[in-house]
Write a protein that binds this ligand. Sequence first.
Ligand code: HEC
Length: 140
Amino acid sequence: MRAHHRRRALTLAGAFGVLVVAAVLAWRSWPSGPPPETTEIAAGRALAQACSVCHALDLGAPPRVGPHLWGIVDRPVGAIAGYGYSRALVEAGGRWTAERLDRFLADPAVAFPGTAMAYGGLTDAVDRARLIAFLATLRD
Ligand code: HEC
């Protein structure tokens, strides 16, 4: 009688163990999705709301007041076909490196005299770094 009970207890423990292993395997194979956003990028995303008034952020979006900003980090300056850039940007040449964006966003009118971007600038360097970190995510 006692041996019979012990066997049943062992069988139950075994079944429970199989369930635990199955649950862990199911959990581990669950699609994990994109990695969580860093707090720097999340802060930059919030700051970019101010840009969205004039700029779409997605690829190929029609210009608003300004051209879309998809892929802006490393994009050639003044490159969106069909957008009427100011001479200041047309003649600037080169690409939007993070460093150049930093100067432009600090004070557009000083960095590119004659620019049509009517934006006063983001004076806080830490905020500019956050914003540029977010802009760098706007790519495939
Ligand atoms: C009031 C409208 C307005 C706001 C707000 C604004 N922009 Fe602009 N932006 C423009 C216009 C207009 C241009 C085109 C400038 C030119 O041709 O001189 C431009 C151009 C740009 C360019 C150059 C794009 C290219 O293709 O070379 C970048 C980069 C840019 N803006 C980033 C930003 C960011 C980031 C913000 C938010 C901090 C912002 N802008 C806020 C209107 C705006």
